[in-house]
Structure formats: C-alpha cells, structure tokens
Design a protein around this ligand. Structure first.
Ligand code: NAD
Ligand code: DAU
Length: 350
C-alpha cells in the first residue's frame, strides 16, 4: 500500500481527483487533507467515504507544525496538491488569504516532503496543480504554451505563480521530484456556485439576474472537470520529474456566448419558452483588472502522454446542467449558508 496525500480533495476539482484515485488504485491509500473552508464540502466525497483505501483529514496547509506531523505519521510517498483559495473575485477583496494559503501553504508542503524524502527520493512525487492564469492575458491571437513567460495579473494568479516558482526552485535546488500542470477553466459537477457557470445555473433556476462582467466579451477555454482529473492521473504517473504540462479544452468561448448556450439549454430543461432565460442576462461593472483571453496549447501533453479531452463542450455542458438539476439539495445546502452574504457583498451596487 502506498500512502498518497491529496490536498483540497473536498473542493471541486480535488473531489474528482480523489474519486478517480480511490477507485482506480486499490493499492494506494488516499488521504484527503482539506481545511473545509467555505469551498470545501464533504458531500463531494460521499461516494468514497467508507472505502478501505480512503481517509479524510481535516487540516490547514498553512499550519506548518501540523503538516510536518502528518508527513511524519503517514510517510506519504506522493502528494497531489490542489488545496488553494481559487476565486479571483475573492482575491481582489481579500488578497492575504490567497498569499497565506497558496504561497505559504505550498511552501509548508514542500518543506515537509523534502524533510521526509531527503534520504531517498526514489519513487516519490510532488505534483502541484496550477492554473493558466499565471501566464496573464492573451490578445486576440496566440495560445499559452509551457514556454510562455509568467505575467500574473490578479492577486489569485500572482499567488499561484509564486507557488509554481517555489515548486520549481525545490526541484532545482533540492532535486525534489516535482511536476506541475497549468490548466484552463474547469466546469462540471460539484463546482461552488460563486464561479460563472454554476452561479448562472442557480440564478436561472431561481429567476435571478445573471451578472455578466463588462461586455461579456472576455474569453475562457473550458474543460470538463473529469477530463482534467484524467490528465492529472496521467501526469502524476507518467511525467518526468521537473516537467510542466499545460492542460486545456481547445474550447474558447466568449462569456456571453457561453451564457447564451446555457440559457437555451436551461429553457429546454425547465420547460420555459425559448429566450426566457436570456432575459435574465444583466451586464454589471467589470472585474478589476479582468484578463481578456485565456487559451491553452495542449499539444505537449497530447504528444508526450496521449491525453486529449474526451468530451465536446455541448455534451459536457448538458451533463453539467443535468447534474445541477438532479442535485438541487447540494446547491440548497450551500445557498442556505453564508453564500447569500457573499452574494450581497459581491453583486450589490455593481
Ligand atoms: P475549490 O475552491 O473548489 O477547492 C479548494 C479546496 O481547497 C476546498 O475544498 C478548500 O476547503 C480547500 N482549502 C482551501 N484552503 C485550504 C487550506 N488552507 N488548507 C487545506 N485545504 C484548503 O478549488 P478548485 O476550483 O477545485 O481548484 C483546485 C485547484 O486547481 C486550485 O489549486 C486551483 O488553483 C487549481 N485550478 C483550478 C481551475 C478551475 O477552473 N477551477 C483551473 C486550473 C487550476
Ligand atoms: O483559468 C483557470 C481559472 O479559472 C482557475 O485558476 C480559477 O480557480 C477559476 O476560478 C477560473 O477563473 P475565472 O476568473 O476565469 O473563473 P470565473 O468563473 O470566476 O469567471 C469566468 C469568466 O466569467 C471571467 O471572465 C469572469 C466572468 N464572470 C464571472 C462571474 C463570477 C462574470 O461575467 N460574472 C460573474 O458573476
């Protein structure tokens, strides 16, 4: 049995990675370490709870003593690090939490892995999950490659860029066997409804305005979350130490186009007349420093590891809508908590 630590496994992407690893690798014992911040949700792990090769640890990656203790206790041989503060808007109103969790938290994990593995790095792996936002914003043309210079523009992306630099520094300086991937926008089941797609789904269901920042012409490259988890599995197992991979959906869409597609599907699923949900679209004050365009060149991971997205976007979007409509209790449990306070603060007077 190999003990593998997955951080942030009660969050959106982390829960899909936990599910994949627990089910696919019975010879791994998966320890899901999560602080259960507002974004962490144990309901996301319900289907693996009780499995013999799965344990949940509630804990904070910013607590260096606690992190050292669990590395000592469980002798992890691999780390898949997803825990982070992940929402750009929250980083604009509260940057320090992002610096603490994303930078200091990552440094604590690197230090604990280095201490535990210093005499034998053989078979060990520290996998840091990052974002395409570290590259900044693209103009009308071009794609982010692994060679693109870092140019982060928000406190969130700057904190992720800092953590990426630390991870590379530990490879270069201490030979820590690291890998990094930088992925584009994920969508799919279990995403916290502060992010564009699930927020819009909830608002359409509840006939609330859909807030679109600026003109809605910003472009994101959308990838179904299960395909990201598949890529993480391949990179964890097959990438060479020190490598970086970009992951993306080859699926660029302007925000407004995405919301039009969503509205039309929602009208059909909710039995509303065609065009009803589009009437909810409301253009609001733009996000400060809003990156215009992200788009990933994912040819390296395709060439080296044979990964490509398994789903076309229209199919993934329908699956996502179906999941939210079939799991209304999941959303209601979130909406009945502190969510409304966040919503008021973020969107009132915008
Ligand atoms: P999320 O916000 O849904 O989940 C983050 C999880 O981390 C939560 O369960 C939270 O409780 C946990 N966490 C936060 N602070 C913690 C701390 N101090 N200690 C322990 N746990 C803590 O995020 P997500 O969208 O699933 O993103 C996961 C990772 O993937 C992040 O590192 C993010 O930067 C990266 N990423 C996300 C996307 C995307 O589109 N969502 C794309 C590329 C990369
Ligand atoms: O690119 C990867 C990144 O994608 C991840 O690293 C981040 O963790 C993840 O949150 C996501 O960042 P974005 O800022 O792109 O995602 P978000 O869903 O917040 O916004 C998507 C686009 O929609 C963006 O251009 C801002 C816009 N938007 C967002 C919200 C929440 C709106 O127009 N209205 C909204 O209410």
């Amino acid at each position: 049995m190999k003990n593998i630590l997955i951080t942030g496994g009660a969050g959106f992407i982390g829960s899909h990675v936990v599910r994949l690893f627990v089910n696919k690798y019975p010879n791994y014992h998966i320890y899901n370490l999560d602080a259960l911040t507002y974004a962490g949700n144990m309901e996301n792990n319900i289907d693996v709870e009780g499995k013999e090769n799965y344990s949940f640890i509630k804990g904070d990656i910013t607590d260096d003593i606690f992190i050292k203790e669990i590395f000592e206790k469980y002798k992890f041989e691999g780390v898949v690090h997803l825990a982070a503060e992940s929402h750009v808007d929250r980083s604009i109103s509260n940057p320090n939490e992002f610096i603490n969790t994303n930078v200091i938290g990552t440094a604590n994990l690197l230090n604990a892995a280095r201490t535990l593995w210093k005499d034998n790095m053989e078979g060990k792996r520290f996998y840091h999950i990052s974002t395409d936002e570290v590259y900044g914003s693209l103009g009308k043309k071009g794609l982010f490659t692994e060679e693109t210079s870092y140019d982060p523009k928000s406190p969130y992306s700057a904190s992720k860029a800092s953590s990426d630099h630390l991870v590379r520094a530990y490879y270069n300086t201490y030979n820590l066997p690291v890998v990094i991937s930088n992925c584009s926008n994920n969508y799919g089941p279990n995403q916290f409804p502060e992010k564009l797609l699930p927020l819009s789904i909830n608002n359409i269901v509840n006939k609330r305005p859909i807030p679109i920042y600026g003109k809605g012409d910003n472009i994101r490259d959308w990838l179904y979350v299960v395909d990201h988890a598949r890529a993480i599995d391949m990179i964890y197992h097959d990438a060479k130490a020190g490598e970086t991979y970009n992951i993306g959906g080859h699926n660029e869409l302007q925000n407004i186009e995405l919301i039009y597609q969503l509205c039309d599907i929602m009208d059909e699923k909710l039995g509303r007349y065609k065009g009803e949900s589009r009437k909810l679209i409301t253009f609001v004050t733009d996000r400060a420093g809003h990156d215009m365009r992200y788009a990933i060149d994912a040819s390296k991971i395709h060439r080296d590891l044979g990964w490509k997205p398994s789903l076309e976007f229209p199919e993934g979007l329908r699956k996502t809508v179906d999941w939210y409509l079939d799991n209304t209790q999941w959303s209601e449990n979130i909406l009945s908590g502190d969510y409304e306070k966040y919503y008021e603060k973020q969107y009132n007077n915008r």
